[in-house]
Design a protein around this ligand. Structure first.
Ligand code: TMP
Ligand code: ASP
Length: 254
């Protein structure tokens, strides 16, 4: 880790200067936080699993034409990504009521929503990621109306694709958070999916038992946290069984 210049350290990842201009190395830590840093802990092995899970999901999304920052996985905890300018807005897509949505609307967790609902939150630890509207995003210049149209359609596409992908391995995608960034290439700007997609930023429930297989196990002290992340990787067919090189495709449930 010491060999590269550190660019940024977040709660779950570190970004280092990449080997070529315009690239970064994204290092996945085992550190876990919740409720905007009020709860802190370590989930042993989380970084390795999230690196794999995010690689897998970003690759599948790339294959259906969703542009992403992901280039390739480098080792157990690191992946090479394109350097982007992160748009400071967290995009949350919800299919089923849970978490802060259930609290805000007094709706029982597990209630199916009439349609997928997209929410925006301003990315600021100091302010506790306040929920914002399109008005705030455009007035403060975080993104234009056109950018938001692109972001919204990509987020819904990601939702449709991941909902099906997870359903195929017996998991319901309740909700998730994604981040987008501006990628500059030859004076042209494109918005691409960035950050990570992993059980840190998704809610995933077993389709048969509704067992939670995501970071809510850590947030709510439900135990078996590492096991839940491992189970998601196992179902996706990416848990290395015979060593790191042993990567299989997903096992679709009947
Ligand atoms: P919430 O119900 O706590 O608002 O979370 C909605 C989804 O967004 C859930 O899948 C967890 C994810 N999320 C993050 O990844 N990072 C965050 O900072 C927050 C608040 C939520
Ligand atoms: N990632 C956020 C935090 O660390 C919130 C969460 O995931 O619950 O506080």
């Amino acid at each position: 880790m010491a060999r590269r210049r550190q660019i940024y350290e977040g709660k779950a990842k570190v970004l280092f200067e990449g080997p070529e201009p315009g690239t970064l190395v994204q290092y996945f830590k085992d550190d876990a936080t919740a409720f905007n840093n009020k709860k802190k802990g370590v989930i042993t092995g989380k970084g390795v699993l999230n690196n794999r899970i995010s690689e897998y999901l970003m690759t599948r999304l790339g294959e259906i034409g969703v542009p992403t920052h992901f280039v390739r996985r480098l080792n157990m905890r690191e992946q090479l990504v394109r350097e982007v300018e992160i748009i400071p807005v967290e995009i949350v897509v919800r299919n089923i009521a849970a978490g802060t949505f259930s609290q805000r609307f007094g709706m029982a967790e597990g209630t199916q929503l009439p349609r997928s609902i997209v929410e925006y939150y301003y990315k600021s630890d100091e302010l506790g990621d306040p929920m914002v509207s399109e008005e705030h995003v455009t007035a403060f210049g975080w993104a234009t109306t056109q950018d938001l149209d692109d972001i919204m359609s990509m987020a819904l596409r990601v939702n449709d694709f991941l909902t099906g992908l997870f359903l195929g391995v017996g998991l319901r995608l309740i909700d998730f958070k994604v981040e987008f960034g501006r990628l500059w290439q030859n004076d042209e700007m494109r918005i691409v999916l960035a950050d990570e997609i992993s059980p840190d930023c998704c809610r995933l429930w077993d389709t048969k038992t509704n067992e939670k297989l995501d970071k809510d196990r850590f947030r709510r002290d439900l135990g078996q946290v590492e096991e839940a992340y491992q189970e998601v990787a196992r179902r996706l067919g990416i848990l290395p069984e015979g060593g790191p090189g042993d990567v299989k495709g997903p096992k679709t449930l009947q």
